[in-house]
Design a binder for this molecule. Structure first.
Ligand SMILES: Cc1cc2nc3c(=O)[nH]c(=O)nc-3n(C[C@H](O)[C@H](O)[C@H](O)COP(=O)(O)OP(=O)(O)OC[C@H]3O[C@@H](n4cnc5c(N)ncnc54)[C@H](O)[C@@H]3O)c2cc1C
Length: 582
């Protein structure tokens, strides 16, 4: 439902503006638990675009107490033309850390193999994650749970409101928007995040190019009913010059994606169902009796990445920062990881706990991952569409190699599922630093349950008090007798670790990562020290920020995967395969 009154009020967006009532929606059964939406003003964040990236980010910020406004040009309730169907393990872990994965797992369908190219597929059942499968679920279902969470946390949504430009200075950002009634207005914020998709206005407004190129043209999309149900949940094949993919929405309709090398026409060329059927027949041998198309479109797929994810107080995330082909199903997944990386950092800086230098680590950590995703999805699509004898031979050879060489297979799986990425670590730090941590068992339950408060989690062998940081830190103990002390960031990566550290070392690490206790907040000597240390934290040092893959954990009988068992302080760590991206 549209709410012009509220929109107009928010447009004033003055510092002294009174909080407006939360928008009334069909989901108002949840109203009693909902936090009141708050004006953003010069202390908050405006997120431009309510795709999956913007929604996760806005929810994280609001959960951390930051006033957030999401500006979205679409009307409320109008679908984003759902594109993604595949949710990978690392994204499910992030959703688990927000209490959302179980709902989606109930809605979607699990697949325990990942089809890559030709008939080649990789089994996911040894993936060292609680989610050792991929989840097939339409993007709008993911967006639905993210909207609900954001609304419950008090995010303010401005629908039918389009960002048209922005300006910034040292103190904040001013966005120019077109309101639902067509009038221009301004919004102010401390920070703006452009999650406004491939044609990002925010990216253009800060003067960033989007270099790259079109990879595949004239891809056809159709949402259809099928007379014959496909044998598998996802159906995909490339034969000769044709490729086709079928995925269920769960409401009786299927999404068909097709491409034919010989058809290289403009996106605005008319499309009819016969063309979709013909491509499907060429690639899959039959068209499954497709009919009743409720939507059809033609698009081209680009590989592009912004050279920077930040200009001053403006950040880019998701498709606004990087786009690539749908191969491997990594676009939405990567955008959600961007959001998980940026949210807690913005909240920590806006909360006055840490120095703004922390925000530089967003670019250092996420840009190399974006580059790696462009490469892996590009590689998959080129192999899938191999045509010449030498490319077909290469594809066959690579398939055989991956089938027989475990470390190579784990690296590929680590990249595509997202669990194999690790961030740069300061030189000389504990080998765990920068790594993703698996869902290890704690005395109180699971780690990813402990992360649900959006706080850091200190896992220590001995009791340790949160000491004036209870709003930012949960202190937990290992379920077993490990001696390593590990500080886990809110996004599930290790900020710091040490073997049997003394209390002073733990305190110093906490101050570095999440700021001084409340009675010694930034602004004094402690803050200065924290800022310097944060600079070190953000400095990837001689290790290039990029990807490190360590997938040596074994599934445990209880279904949890204990990567840390094999990683924490033990020699498997040194032998874990490490890949850096140049
Ligand atoms: C055919 C296809 C299949 C795919 N399959 C997968 C898959 O299986 N798995 C996967 O992970 N990814 C997949 N993707 C990619 C995935 O859909 C995208 O990466 C994902 O939607 C990006 O999310 P986002 O939030 O960054 O941007 P978007 O979803 O593009 O959202 C951007 C939002 O910003 C709004 N907006 C834009 N401009 C403005 C403005 N000026 N003012 C206000 N609002 C604005 C838009 O209305 C939109 O709601 C696929 C893509 C395609 C094309």
């Amino acid at each position: 439902m549209k709410d012009h009154t509220q929109s107009a009020q928010i447009m004033r967006d003055a510092h002294d503006e009174q909080p407006a009532e939360p928008r009334t929606t069909a989901a108002d059964a949840t109203a009693p638990r909902r936090a009141a939406a708050r004006p953003t003003g010069a202390r908050g964040v405006v997120v431009v675009g309510s795709g999956p990236t913007g929604l996760l980010l806005a929810g994280d910020l609001a959960t951390a107490g930051v006033p957030v406004t999401v500006v979205e040009k679409r009307p409320h309730g109008i679908s984003n033309l759902s594109r993604a169907f595949v949710v990978h393990a690392r994204t499910l872990e992030q959703l688990d850390a927000r209490g959302l994965a179980d709902d989606l797992e109930r809605e979607g369908r699990r697949l325990d193999r990942l089809q890559l190219f030709g008939a080649f597929s990789l089994s996911l059942d040894t993936l060292p994650s609680r989610f050792n499968h991929l989840l097939v679920i339409p993007q709008y279902e993911v967006e639905k749970v993210l909207v609900r969470r954001a609304e419950d946390a008090g995010v303010r949504f401005l629908y039918e409101t389009e960002v048209t430009g922005l300006g910034q200075d040292a103190d904040g950002v001013t966005l120019t928007v077109r309101r639902p009634d067509g009038a221009a207005a301004e919004l102010t914020a401390a920070y703006v995040v452009g999650t406004d998709g491939m044609r990002s206005v925010v990216r253009t407004a800060v003067g960033l190019p989007f270099p790259g190129r079109s990879v595949i043209r004239s891809v056809v999309l159709a949402d259809v009913r099928l007379d014959e149900e496909p044998e598998s949940v996802l159906t995909a094949a490339a034969v000769g010059d044709a490729f086709a993919f079928l995925a269920p929405f769960g409401d009786g309709y299927y999404r068909v994606i097709g491409w034919h090398r010989g058809r290289n026409v403009r996106d605005d060329e008319p499309l009819d169902l016969d063309e979709v059927k013909e491509i499907t027949r060429l690639a899959l041998g039959r068209d499954y009796g497709m009919r009743d198309a409720r939507w059809m479109s033609r698009f081209h797929s680009d590989e592009r990445q912004a050279p920077a994810y930040r200009v001053g107080r403006v950040f880019l995330a998701g498709d606004a920062a990087h786009v690539h082909t749908p191969a491997g199903g990594q676009g939405m997944n990567t955008g959600l990881q961007d959001a998980a990386n940026l949210g807690w950092k913005l909240a920590a800086v806006l909360g006055g706990h840490v120095d703004a230098a922390l925000l530089d680590t967003y670019q250092a950590e996420r840009h190399p991952v974006g580059r790696a995703v462009l490469r892996s999805s590009g590689g998959i699509v080129r192999l899938a569409m191999a045509k010449y004898p030498w490319t077909l031979a290469l594809r066959t050879g690579l398939g055989a190699f991956l089938s027989h060489v475990g470390p190579a297979r784990r690296r590929v799986l680590g990249r595509i599922t997202g669990i194999g990425y690790a961030y740069g670590a300061p030189h000389g730090s504990h080998p765990l630093v920068g790594r993703r941590i698996a869902d290890v068992a704690l005395r109180s339950g699971r780690l990813y349950e402990a992360l649900r408060g959006g706080r850091f989690v200190l896992i220590a062998p001995r009791p340790h008090a949160a000491q004036g940081r209870a709003d930012r830190l949960a202190v937990e103990r290992w379920a077993d007798g490990r001696s390593t002390t590990v500080l886990v960031r809110p996004d599930g990566y290790v900020a710091w670790a040490a073997e049997s550290p003394d209390a002073a070392a733990v305190e110093a690490a906490l101050t570095t990562a999440l700021g001084a206790p409340d009675d010694r907040r930034l602004g004094g000597g402690a803050g200065q020290q924290s800022a310097q240390q944060l600079g070190e934290l953000g400095d990837p040092g001689p290790i290039e920020a990029g990807e490190r893959v360590g997938l040596d954990g074994e599934p445990r009988p209880d279904g949890l995967v204990d990567q840390a068992q094999s990683v924490v302080g033990e020699r498997d760590l040194e032998s874990a395969p490490v890949v850096r991206i140049g």
